[in-house]
Design a binder for this molecule. Structure first.
Ligand code: ADP
Length: 719
């Protein structure tokens, strides 16, 4: 049993509208919100799960890359460890079997060796600047007497332009010294003066002597005499137009330069290189085409010298960068007497990756160190791309290898919508980069719809749609219901009003007649007519209401028979004319051609005509002019009811056939009516498969046209 009586619940006190709203909220809004919450929770769970899977997938891929790179590095370390045994100078070295490790792995850029703290690049030729053959520098030592002599010779050579005297003085000085370097210098000066004097053959001879006998002696600038003299010889050959000789001499000079005949430092080498370059260009300009063979050889040698020089530069840079680090670095754990180390060295031109193998120390000293500089271009351009190509990255994932400072090493920079999932360093942080994975998350709605719980979302959308549809339908229904309720109450008041006035006049007139107070025969007749007319009106009203009720309940059946329309129309018009009150109402009837008999319900047609003629009279004011016509037209029977009344505004012509609709005009309001007549006319005409139309102009009049199909009972039965 209910503890509280149901009626006392607040629900019972709510209005109908509120109840409907409450029901809506309970039946649709609450489940929708519940579904929405479920969907959101489901999606959140999904997301967390997907995130977990993604993370472990990315981590596994990163580990694969790390392992692959690690195995490459270990391979090189093994090559280095083997190499340390093979290097010359090692206890049991097999020098001849030394294999250039560059062939073992493309990843190795350079290999260097450090023996007892001395440097060696066992697999490269350094054109200049190795520690062992660095030229000694410093000003030449001269005795005061010699210096005076040379000073006097220079004065004659440069200021007095007395070359013969200058030559003499240089030669005297030459005879007074035993120092090889000083003699070389003086011989060069003698040759120079000879050139200035124009004694080219003599000069050539003098330079040849220097080139031959004083090749390794140093000139004051530190340049070996041999190089300087041979440069001058080429220059002289060019001057004397012995181009073939110049070409040969230059070729020889290049060959010896590449064979490291002289020990040069970097500036010296660069100087000689540029001098030779200039000579080669001059030679090209002066050479006859038939001898271009030598030119080709010289070009080739020149290119070789250029590339070897830049390689030498590279190696010297490595040496400069690596040396202090290696000397300082503490030993790593040794395996089988050989320890391995990995170093990252920052240089001006970026970082270098180094792998180092050291053999065990002997009495506290390093015995051997072998190192390899890794070729980063090879690592990032071939090795890593190959490893990455073998991985299967999930959709929307991208991979990048980057330096800790954010510089990308490999792979595209992540877009603004990407987020980083994992960043895994290489093993031992070597190379010192991180493997980063990025995820480009799909748009919110894509994610929502692709989620495994998208069922909830779809269900939710469906419910929402149902909710909106239901809300619209209910609103429409409620509006219609309320409109209907209003119309019904209007109808009741209109109809009771419509009934009351004829009933009142009938009752009053009959009372007067009954009491015998009306003596005048004319007056009595008038009263009877009014009573008749009012009862006609009442019966029309009752007829209308009954017919509409039948139509509403779909009970209306037509009793069709073959009817003579002309007779029927004449009857209706006659009756209305006569019962229109005192005087006859002027209703013209025009029937064109003999009308055929038609298969209709005569009662319904009479009803239609009564309503149309009644309206024509009602809406024509005090002096109605009504005309009714009938004719056949193109297989149809056309009946028109025309008046010269108030007319109907254009915008109302369609509405007047609606039930309960009454014209908005002040005059119409004063005329009695229920708004049912035309709606009944339309329904009855439609029941006969006909149509009804109105043509009207306010202030001029209206014409209602009824079209009925011309069919007889015989045809109908056949049909
Ligand atoms: P009622 O006449 O009872 O108001 P009807 O359905 O017969 O209802 O007519 C609906 C409306 O159409 C009328 O209120 C009136 O405004 C307009 N109407 C009908 N017939 C005529 C006419 N012959 N002339 C002018 N207005 C008309």
């Amino acid at each position: 049993m209910w503890p509280i009586p149901l009626r006392s619940l607040p629900y019972a006190t709510l209005s109908f509208k509120m109840k409907v709203t409450l029901l809506f909220v309970l039946c649709l809004v609450v489940p929708s919100v519940f579904l929405l919450l479920l969907a959101i929770r489901g999606i959140e769970n999904d997301q967390a799960l997907a995130e977990q899977t993604l993370l472990s997938e990315h981590r596994a891929l990163a580990n694969t890359i790390v392992a692959a790179v690690e195995s490459e590095i270990v391979l090189i370390e093994e090559v280095l460890a083997r190499l340390i045994q093979d290097l010359p100078g090692h206890d049991d070295s097999g020098r001849d079997e030394t294999v250039a490790p560059a062939t073992a792995s493309g990843l190795i850029d350079e290999v260097f060796a450090l023996k007892q703290d001395d440097w060696e690049f066992p697999f490269a030729r350094l054109l200049y600047g190795t520690q062992a053959n660095e030229p000694r520098a410093g000003p030449p030592s001269r005795s005061p007497g010699l210096a005076r002599l040379i000073g006097a010779a220079e004065e004659n050579e440069f200021q007095l332009k007395n070359y013969a005297r200058a030559g003499e003085l240089y030669r005297t000085a030459l005879n007074r010294t035993d120092d090889d370097d000083a003699r070389t210098d003086l011989l060069m000066r003698v040759a120079r003066v000879e050139v200035r004097q124009g004694a080219l053959m003599g000069a050539q001879k003098t330079y040849a002597v220097v080139a031959k006998r004083h090749a390794q002696n140093r000139l004051p600038g530190g340049l070996p005499g041999g190089v300087a003299a041979r440069l001058e010889l080429v220059r002289l050959s060019l001057r004397t137009d012995i181009a073939a000789q110049a070409g040969r001499l230059l070729q020889e000079l290049y060959e010896e330069l590449l064979a490291c005949t002289w020990t040069l430092n970097r500036p010296q080498f660069r100087f000689v290189q540029s001098e030779m370059g200039a000579l080669a260009t001059a030679l090209k300009d002066s050479f006859v085409t038939a001898q271009t063979g030598v030119l080709g050889i010289i070009d080739e040698l020149r290119r070789t010298a250029d590339s070897l020089a830049s390689r030498t530069d590279h190696l010297l840079q490595i040496r400069a960068a690596v040396r202090p680090v290696i000397l300082k670095a503490t030993r790593a754990e040794a395996v089988n007497g050989i320890s391995r180390r990995r170093l990252v060295i920052a240089g001006d031109d970026g970082q270098r990756l180094l792998l180092i193998a050291e053999s065990a120390t002997r009495e506290g000293h390093r015995v051997q160190v072998v190192g390899a500089v890794l070729n980063q271009a090879e690592l990032t351009g071939r090795v890593l791309p190959k490893i990455i190509a073998g991985l299967s990255l999930s959709e929307n994932s991208t991979l990048r290898i980057a330096h800790p400072n954010g510089t990308g090493i490999l792979g595209a920079a992540p877009g603004p919508d990407s987020r980083r999932t994992v960043a895994v360093p290489f093993s031992g942080n070597f190379p010192p980069w991180a493997i980063e994975f990025y995820q480009n998350d799909p748009q919110f709605f894509d994610q929502l719809l692709s989620s495994r719980r998208s069922f909830y979302v779809y269900a939710l959308i469906l419910v929402m749609l149902a909710l909106i549809f239901g809300a619209i339908m209910t609103t429409r229904m409620m509006t219609r219901e309320m409109e209907l309720a209003r119309l019904k109450s209007d109808f009741v008041s209109t109809v009771s009003h419509e009934f009351r006035s004829p009933l009142t006049s009938i009752r009053q007139l009959s009372e007067m007649l009954h009491s015998g107070r009306v003596v005048s025969e004319v007056r009595r007749r008038q009263y009877y007519n009014v009573i008749l007319e009012q009862s006609e009106r009442l019966s029309l009203l009752v007829g209308n209401i009954l017919d509409l009720a039948k139509i509403d309940e779909r009970r209306l059946t037509l009793d069709r028979i073959d009817v003579d329309m002309a007779d029927l129309l004449r009857g209706v018009v006659f009756r209305v004319r006569k019962h229109g009150g005192g005087d006859d109402i002027p209703i013209a009837l025009q029937i064109k051609d003999p009308l055929p008999r038609v298969f209709v319900d005569p009662g319904a047609i009479t009803h239609i005509m009564d309503n149309l003629i009644d309206n024509a009279i009602k809406y024509s004011g005090s002096s109605p002019h009504v005309s009714v016509t009938a004719r056949t037209d193109d297989g149809e029977l056309l009946i028109t009811v025309e008046d010269r009344g108030i007319g109907i505004p254009e915008e109302e012509t369609r509405k007047i056939f609606e039930r309960f609709y009454r014209g908005g005009d002040e005059f119409t309001r004063r005329v009695k009516g229920t708004g049912l007549g035309l709606s009944l006319v339309r329904d009855l005409v439609h029941a006969h498969n006909g149509t009804v139309q109105v043509a009207s102009e306010p202030g001029v009049g209206s014409t209602f046209t009824v079209r009925l199909p011309l069919e007889t009972g015989q045809e109908n039965k056949r049909g």
